[in-house]
Design a binder for this molecule. Structure first.
Ligand code: 1YM
Length: 636
């Protein structure tokens, strides 16, 4: 017998649910950032983050994430279980409310360290709305409670489906392929990287991932926590001194920081707020940098290592070759910046500074050999900085970097509007010649590069300035480099690396990528960098011809059109194509294929560059041996 009142209530709620479901499904990118692979993985992070919150609140120690052969993702934790009792106001269970109502900002009745306001911050309800099916099992009060949903709408009331002797939550969902058009395939490597990171950041947590598609399993548990993270990040480098670690709770802000130096010139500083990566830094990073610089200066002065009164180590000096993991937990953090990944909370600055200063001074005092090695390292960095400045000043005085004299090799485009201008960096003079003839002169500029360019991972900035090829590139780009780098001066908003599809081409491409990552990261971050995709083959049959870009495409087309061997032409180098062919296949705005370089995972890219380009030989050999086949395709 239907109770009118209840029916009416449910009707009204369902309308509410549908009302917010529509915008989420219509404009999903507003809730999850994008609907590509990255957006797809946000669904996983959202559910896992809820389990991690439960772990941070001290109620859960094991989280298992399983990718089913059926395309599903299942997250299981042994926390308290999402509350299931009916909510007096809504008439729905708390579980259903959580899964069907969009919570702007913080969570429903949810205390602790939950973060709100991030661009990618979505609720479980968004995951539900973007899944064809979502099922929840809650083990609580001795019973297993179950409820399922289709496209965000409940299939029926929550019900008890069995007894249980433990507590916890299981959520399984199938992402909707009509939303995620690029792919609904979870990438296990992306998942593993994230799980490892989370395990480093959450004390005492066990993270298990199972890929039923491949049978792979991983279990992450780190005794040493952020200290283990520093060890992991430094595993391919010659380290200098011991690992420093400190933790401190001050004014409700919990700081954990670990660091260790290595012999590289670049640094690797990773910061988190409530386990969320903050690539843009913020007040916590400012506190860290200030404390690090002040403490090392004070120590070096006290010990007579800095002799002259006015000699000072800059922040730049003390972060050369440093690996840092900084993790803070803040209640209700404020985020700023373009991608809402910069901490704005003013109190974090003082809290981190105070956690860092005293403990790091103590570390230096108690580990004199580490302290000595660190001081030598940063002193050398200071000397190099002064030398680099002198070298740069000379270069700048000569006007070489002023953009006044564009390199003779550059065939510039006639447009002066960076938004439509493209720079093709082309391997070799002959391909450069074809590109110059075949291009659209209005918008496409060509810069040929001859021979090997400098390995920028191993070179100091003063050497880089002196390298002719690199200098030409910097001048052509118009941004300058180092302290005077200014991305707003970039003359082309599309920079295309065009190299041959062979090992040499891959090497040159990797060198160029290394250069951009190390010295012009804003160009990568801004999405200005691309890799051209020239065809691998030209297939001909009678009067028809086709360009194909992959081996698979070739095999398919040869079979489909019944093409004989003689009519399959493999392009070994760009130089084999005449100007028209190069235009048609690789440069024509309407027909070309292009790969945009981005780093979702700066860490993985950084590691690869270090292995491939750094001074250490053993890890490079290991890497190349383990991936002999894929090393040719070093697309990051
Ligand atoms: C597989 C996903 O969501 N676990 C989870 C969520 C909650 C709790 C426990 C929980 C929280 C609280 C009390 C509390 C959530 N509860 C809520 C809300 N795993 C997963 N595990 N009891 C249980 O914070 O007070 C939201 S999430 F709002 F109901 F409390």
């Amino acid at each position: 017998m239907a109770d009118t009142k209840t029916t009416q209530n449910y009707g009204a709620e369902n309308i509410q649910v549908l009302e917010w479901l529509e915008p989420v499904r219509k404009r999903p990118w507003m809730y999850i950032g994008s609907t590509d692979e990255r957006g797809l993985h946000h669904l996983v992070w959202e559910i896992v983050d809820n389990s991690i919150d439960e772990a941070m609140a001290g109620h859960c120690d094991t989280i298992t994430v399983t990718f089913g052969a059926d395309g599903s993702c299942m997250v299981e934790d042994n926390g308290r279980g999402i509350p299931v009792e009916k909510h007096a106001k809504t008439g729905k269970s708390t579980l259903e409310t959580i899964l069907t109502v969009l919570h702007a900002g913080g969570k429903f009745g949810w205390g602790g360290y939950k973060v709100s306001g991030g661009l990618h911050w979505v609720g479980s309800s968004v995951v539900n709305a973007l899944s064809t099916k979502l099922e929840a099992w809650v083990h609580r009060d001795g019973k297993v409670h179950y409820q399922s949903f289709s496209l965000g709408v409940s299939d029926g009331d929550i019900k008890v489906v069995g007894d249980t002797d433990h507590t916890g939550t299981i959520i399984r969902f199938f992402p909707d392929a009509s939303i995620f058009k690029t792919t609904v395939n979870f990438d296990y490597k992306t998942i593993i990287t994230r799980m490892r990171q989370q395990a480093y950041l959450t004390k005492g947590i066990k993270l298990i991932t199972i890929d039923e598609r491949s049978g792979e399993r991983y279990k992450f548990f780190f005794e040493g926590w952020v200290k283990s993270y520093v060890n992991f990040l430094n595993k391919n480098d010659h380290t200098i001194g011991d690992v420093f670690y400190a933790e401190k709770d001050k004014d409700d802000i919990m700081t954990e920081v670990s660091l260790q130096y290595n012999r590289e010139f670049s640094n690797n500083i990773i910061s988190f707020v409530n386990n969320i990566h903050t690539p843009e830094g913020g007040t916590h990073m400012t506190g860290f940098r200030t404390a690090l610089t002040r403490t090392i200066n004070k120590y070096a002065r006290d010990k007579g290592i800095l002799k002259e009164k006015d000699q000072n180590l800059t922040n730049e000096d003390v972060i050369e070759g440093i690996v840092v993991v900084l993790s803070v937990k803040v209640i209700d953090p404020q985020f700023e910046g373009q991608t809402k990944s910069k901490l704005g909370t003013p109190e974090a600055r003082g809290a981190v500074d105070s956690a860092m200063s005293a403990a790091f001074m103590e570390f230096l005092e108690e580990n004199p050999s580490s302290a000595k090695a660190i001081c030598e390292k940063v002193n050398l960095a200071a000397k190099a900085r002064l030398a680099a400045r002198a070298a740069r000043d000379t270069v700048i005085r000569k006007g070489a970097l002023e953009g006044m004299t564009l390199p003779g090799k550059l065939a510039d485009c006639s447009s002066k509007d960076p938004a439509v201008s493209e720079l093709y960096i082309v391997e070799g003079d002959s391909a450069g010649g074809s590109a110059k003839q075949g291009r659209d002169r209005e918008t496409q500029a060509i810069l040929p590069l001859r021979g090997k360019i400098l390995n920028t991972e191993q070179a100091r900035i003063d050497k880089i300035f002196a390298n002719e090829q690199i200098k030409n590139l910097i001048i052509a780009l118009g941004t300058s480099i180092g302290e005077t780098f200014d991305v707003s001066k970039l003359r082309y908003h599309r920079i295309v690396i065009m190299t041959d599809a062979d090992v040499d081409g891959a090497h040159i491409r990797t060198l160029l990528l290394t250069f951009f990552f190390r010295y012009m990261k804003e160009i990568v971050d801004g999405g200005y960098l691309y890799i051209a995709q020239p065809p691998l083959y030209k297939l001909t049959k009678g009067k028809n011809s086709w360009y194909v870009y992959t081996e698979e495409e070739k095999t398919a087309l040869v079979a489909e059109r019944d093409i004989i061997g003689d009519n399959v032409q493999r392009y070994k180098g760009l130089g084999e194509m005449n100007p028209e062919q190069l235009w048609e296949t690789t440069m024509d705005h309407d027909a070309r294929k292009m790969y945009r370089v981005g780093i979702d995972d700066a860490q993985a890219a950084d590691e690869m560059f270090k292995i491939l380009m750094g001074g250490e030989v053993a890890p490079r050999r290991k890497f190349i041996q383990s991936r002999a086949k894929s090393v040719k395709n070093l697309d990051v």
